[in-house]
Design a protein around this ligand. Structure first.
Ligand SMILES: Cc1cc2nc3c(=O)[nH]c(=O)nc-3n(C[C@H](O)[C@H](O)[C@H](O)COP(=O)(O)OP(=O)(O)OC[C@H]3O[C@@H](n4cnc5c(N)ncnc54)[C@H](O)[C@@H]3O)c2cc1C
Length: 426
C-alpha cells in the first residue's frame, strides 16, 4: 500500500499528460484513467481522415510513455469514467471504482450537435482517432464505389461532401478533401473526373477561422477556392436526412457524406449535479483551476472554464491552453500552496489548407503560403509525442510532398457495428 497521497487524473490528453509530467511522483501516487490506452494528437486528426497519415503516427501508448522520462512512475488504468462521487472521493468506470485524495479532470470536449443529437447517427465527426478513421474509410469506400458505378445520380451522391463548421478543423479537412480532388483523384481514380466531386464548406458566421486575423481569414478563403472547395458563409445547417442537407435559408444541398466540425461541449459525467457546469458544458474553475465549491477536485484543459479579465468568456479550447494549465496546476500542487494564478501565454494560431498553403498569426506577424506551411509543419512535428512518431510523420510528409502519394489509402473496413461507446462513438 502506498503511503503517498493519491491523485487520479481523468484523461491523458494535452492537459492530463502535462500535469503528470510535472507533478512530483515521489510525493504523490499518480493514476491516469483514460478510455483509450494511448495519447493522441487531435490537430492532425484531419490527416488521418484524408489518408495523409496513418493513425499509428499520431498516437502513443501510455504504458510505453510511463516507462521513462518525466512521466515515469505514473500508473495507467483503462476505463471510461462514468460517475464522480465527490462526497466519497471516488470515481467509477465500467470496470472498477477508484478512490482519490485529489482528482484532476482533464477529459476534454466532445461533439456538440446543439440539441440535434440524432445527427450522430448520420454525420461523420473528428473528435477521436477512431472517428477520424471512420471518416477515412468512408471517403475511400465512396471513391471505390463511384469508380464502379455508371449511374450519374449514384455517382453524384457518392462524391458530394459537405463539411460543417469553418473553424480550423473544418477548414483543414475541407482543404485536404480539395487536395484529394485536385492531386490524388486524377492520378489514381481514373474512372472519376475531378469535377464530379463536390466539396461544400458551410460556416454560419461571415468568416472562416473566426479566432484568426482578417488577413489569415481571407487567405484561407482564397486557398480553399484554389482547391475547388465551395465555401458558403452565413449558412447554417438545419437538418440532414435522406442525403439532403437543409440550410437555414430553406435551400438544400444533396450530399452523401457530411463531416461535422461545428461545435464542442465539455465531456459529461454523472456527479449528482455536484460539478458546477458553465457555458459550453465546461466545468467552472477558479484562477488556479480548482473546481468551484468542491475541495480537492481540479479541472484543466478543454473541459475547464475560467473567467479572467482578459478572457471573460473562458479561454479558447486549444492545445496550448491545456498544456499550460496542466503544467501550472502540477507546480501549484507540488509547492503545497496555490500561489500562482493561471495566465495564458498566447503563442499564436495556425491552420493549413494544403501543400504550400497555410496561414499563421504569430503575435503581430501574419504569415501565409509556403513559409506558414513550413512553420505549421515544424510546430506540429515537435509537438507530437515520441521520436518514432516524429520521424514517421516527417518521412510521410516529405514523401507526400515529392510524390503526391500520401499514406497507402488501404480500406481496412474498421467495424462500425456494434457501436462501441467506449471507442468514442457517443
Ligand atoms: C480535429 C481537431 C483539430 C484541432 N486542431 C487544433 C489546432 O490546430 N491547434 C490547437 O491548439 N488545438 C487544436 N484542437 C484543439 C485541441 O486538440 C484541444 O484543445 C486539446 O486537445 C485539449 O486538450 P485536453 O487535454 O483538454 O483534451 P484532449 O486532448 O481531448 O484529451 C482528453 C482525453 O480524455 C480522455 N477521456 C475523455 N472522456 C473520458 C472519460 N469519461 N473517461 C476516461 N477518459 C476520458 C480522452 O480519451 C482523451 O485522451 C483541435 C481539436 C480537434 C478535435
Amino acid at each position: 500500500m502506498s503511503t503517498r497521497k493519491r491523485i487520479v487524473v481523468i484523461g491523458g490528453g494535452f492537459a492530463g499528460l502535462n500535469f503528470i509530467k510535472y507533478i512530483d511522483k515521489r510525493k504523490y501516487e499518480v493514476i491516469l484513467v483514460d478510455r483509450n490506452n494511448f495519447h493522441s494528437f487531435p490537430p492532425l486528426f484531419y490527416q488521418i481522415a484524408s489518408s495523409g497519415l496513418e493513425p499509428g503516427s499520431i498516437c502513443f501508448p501510455f504504458r510505453r510513455e510511463f516507462r521513462k522520462g518525466r512521466v515515469h512512475g505514473a500508473d495507467y488504468r483503462m476505463g471510461e469514467v462514468q460517475r464522480i462521487e465527490v462526497d466519497n472521493k471516488r470515481i467509477v468506470t465500467q470496470y472498477e471504482t477508484i478512490t482519490y485524495d485529489m482528482l484532476v479532470i482533464s477529459a476534454g470536449s466532445t461533439n456538440n450537435f446543439f440539441g440535434n443529437d440524432d445527427l450522430i447517427k448520420s454525420v461523420f465527426t473528428l473528435k477521436s482517432t477512431a472517428q477520424a478513421m471512420r471518416c477515412r474509410d468512408e471517403i475511400l469506400d465512396r471513391l471505390e464505389r463511384a469508380s464502379l458505378s455508371n449511374d450519374p445520380v449514384e455517382r453524384k451522391k457518392l462524391l458530394s461532401f459537405v463539411v460543417v463548421g469553418g473553424g480550423p478543423a473544418g477548414v483543414e479537412v475541407a482543404g485536404a478533401l480539395g487536395e484529394m480532388k485536385r492531386y490524388i483523384v486524377p492520378r489514381e481514380y481514373l474512372h472519376i473526373r475531378p469535377d464530379e466531386i463536390s466539396i461544400v464548406l458551410l460556416e454560419g458566421s461571415g468568416n472562416l477561422l473566426g479566432a484568426m486575423s482578417h488577413k489569415a481569414q481571407s487567405k484561407a478563403l482564397k486557398y480553399l477556392g484554389d482547391l475547388m472547395v465551395d465555401v458558403r458563409l452565413h449558412h447554417l445547417m438545419k437538418s440532414y436526412s435522406n442525403n439532403v442537407v437543409t440550410l437555414d435559408d430553406g435551400t438544400s444541398i444533396s450530399s452523401g457524406m457530411v463531416i461535422w466540425t461545428a461545435g464542442v461541449t465539455g465531456c459529461k459525467f454523472d456527479s449528482g449535479n455536484r460539478l458546477p457546469i458553465g457555458a459550453g458544458g465546461r466545468i467552472e474553475v477558479d484562477e488556479f483551476n480548482r473546481v468551484i465549491g468542491i475541495e480537492n477536485v481540479m479541472a484543466i484543459g478543454d473541459i475547464a472554464i475560467m473567467h479572467t479579465e482578459r478572457y471573460p468568456k473562458g479561454h479558447p479550447q486549444l492545445a496550448q491552453v491545456a498544456i499550460q494549465q496542466g503544467r501550472l496546476l502540477a507546480l501549484n500542487i507540488n509547492s503545497g500552496d496555490f500561489n500562482r494564478p493561471f495566465e495564458y501565454v498566447d503563442r499564436g494560431a495556425m491552420a493549413t489548407i494544403g501543400r504550400n498553403r497555410a496561414v499563421a498569426d504569430i503575435k503581430s506577424v501574419h504569415l501565409s503560403g509556403w513559409i506558414a506551411w513550413m512553420a505549421w509543419m515544424f510546430v506540429h512535428l515537435i509537438s507530437i509525442l515520441g521520436m518514432r512518431n516524429k520521424l514517421s510523420v516527417l518521412i510521410d510528409w516529405i514523401w507526400g510532398y515529392f510524390s503526391y502519394g500520401t499514406s497507402l489509402r488501404l480500406l481496412l473496413h474498421t467495424s462500425r457495428f456494434p457501436l462501441r461507446w467506449r471507442w468514442g462513438e457517443k
